[in-house]
Design a protein around this ligand. Structure first.
Ligand code: FES
Ligand SMILES: [Fe+2]
Length: 467
């Protein structure tokens, strides 16, 4: 086991060798970035410790006192709607002796610790602590739950453990406007169902596959009937990319769209692991969250939001198509790619690029790889290397993890935005009390129980689904 800090500029140069700003001249990331544990650790620290992570639909947090708990980077988080209407997020950890406070999701008047019944207001301030009345030096006003960044964005709630991260609305305001344009009903939709998957591949292969439809004609024969591939366009933006196509004009083998009111296939990817989708059909929105569990294992949650909690027949067909056809096809692909990545026969491959941005182009994969390389560079100190481990800050732990509550999922985040990486922001050189690599080891040990920790187990697929 190597500490993350052992990653050097030469290592970063090596995994990015052949990456060219022009996708038409570029190679993909080196296979080591997908198969080597050191790079998985780097992913957690450089990427998942610094980014906005999707938690749930806003419908779960509308009323004062409503709350959702989640596990972000294996850290317990609670998001709460406070009495004044503001959204608050905290580490879900009591300030007395560290017991977890809330569980699942629901609604409370105040936050009462199940251990010794300290009572916190919905804004996190300690209101009462049993038996402290006679203590000379105990001031409840000095105690408050540890806050976490939280933001409502495009109808959903995101958190970021990095206290210095730029707001998601600043980083991707144009994405929010685009979602508003193409899915103006998103905040009014309601959760219908969740699918979960357990995939024997690195998370980056899953994202790569999501970001190109070059494989669609070959691997997804039903999908290329569902949408009009002649209209398929892929566009990249700062920290997100989009895939648009008109719905297909003919009958298709995927699901019935004869009564569709949404006639666009609109898909967005938000750096690093959130996929937002609107398919042809009735008003709908889907969130596919890609959660790294280990170098070789990725968990996915696929949440469906419809006009009603009960899907109609066409939506049931759509869910079945996604679960039993599309996802099986894609999971088989990425697991095969992951096996291939581990052979000496492959190190890097060419990015296929269509300057017209058609569905045959892989420039969104290239865009993703560029963001990954930028994030890796951020691991290196401006001067000297290897970099000393970062000082452990509150919430700056980066470990694989997923949510424990409905609609919540993720791995998370700590500091700056990816946009600031190249601005020469100098990571702290203070020595960590809990070195990051040690935390990462615990991810590996616990990865096999991650599904159960998530409450996903009942619907979790086997690592290699039948196909
Ligand atoms: S740990 Fe919460 S009240 Fe004691
Ligand atoms: Fe696919």
């Amino acid at each position: 086991m190597q500490p993350v800090a052992s990653i050097t500029r030469d290592d970063v140069r090596r995994v990015g060798a052949g990456f060219h700003p022009d996708p038409g001249r570029s190679l993909s990331l080196h296979a080591d970035a997908y198969t080597d544990r050191r790079w998985f650790d780097a992913d957690l620290e450089a990427i998942f410790s610094r980014t906005w992570q999707w938690v749930c639909h806003i419908e779960q947090l509308r009323e004062p006192g409503s709350f959702v708990t989640a596990e972000i980077a294996h850290l317990p988080i609670a998001v709460v709607r406070a009495r004044d209407g503001s959204l608050r997020a905290f580490f879900n950890v009591c300030k007395h002796r560290a017991h977890e406070l809330l569980s699942g999701a629901g609604r409370v008047r105040s936050i009462v610790c199940p251990y010794h019944a300290w009572v916190y207001d919905l804004d996190g301030r300690l209101r009462r602590a049993r038996g402290t009345g006679r203590m000379a030096a105990f001031d409840t006003s000095e105690i408050c739950l540890e806050p976490v960044r939280v933001e409502e964005f495009g109808g959903f709630v995101y958190v970021n453990l990095d206290p210095t991260a730029a707001p998601l609305g600043e980083q991707a305001g144009d994405l929010a406007r685009e979602i508003e344009r193409w899915a103006p009903d998103v905040a009014d939709l309601t959760h219908a169902t969740r699918l979960t998957y357990d995939i024997a591949a690195n998370w980056k292969s899953v994202i790569d596959n999501f970001l190109e439809c070059y494989h669609c004609h070959v691997a997804h024969k039903e999908f290329v009937e569902l949408v009009d591939m002649d209209t398929y366009k892929v566009r990249t933006h700062g920290i997100w990319s989009s895939h648009f196509a008109e719905a297909g004009k003919r009958e298709n083998a995927a699901y019935d769209v004869s009564t569709a009111t949404v006639n666009q296939h609109a898909v967005w990817w938000l750096w690093p692991n959130t996929c937002l989708l609107r398919y042809p059909g009735r008003g709908n929105f889907m969130v596919l969250q890609v959660v790294p569990a280990s170098t070789d294992r990725t968990l996915e949650t696929w949440d469906f939001y419809f006009e009603t909690p009960e899907p109609n027949d066409a939506e049931r067909q759509a869910i079945r198509y996604i679960d039993e056809v599309l996802q099986r096809q894609d999971i088989a692909i990425v697991e095969s790619v992951h096996r291939g990545m581990q052979t000496p026969a492959f190190t890097q491959g060419r990015i296929v690029y269509d300057p017209a941005g058609s569905g045959l182009s892989e420039h969104a994969v290239h865009h993703f790889h560029g963001l990954v390389l930028e994030a890796y560079r951020s691991l290196l100190a401006e001067e000297g290397e290897p970099r000393a481990p970062q000082r452990r800050r509150r919430g700056s732990l980066a470990r694989g993890g997923v949510s424990s509550a409905h609609g919540a999922s993720a791995i998370s985040s700590v500091r700056a935005t990816v946009l600031s990486i190249e601005a020469g922001s100098s990571p702290s050189n203070e020595v960590s009390h809990t070195p990051f690599w040690r935390m990462s080891m615990s991810v590996a040990r616990r990865s096999h129980s991650a599904g159960a920790r998530l409450g996903l187990a009942a619907r979790m697929r086997p690592a290699r689904p039948d196909r």
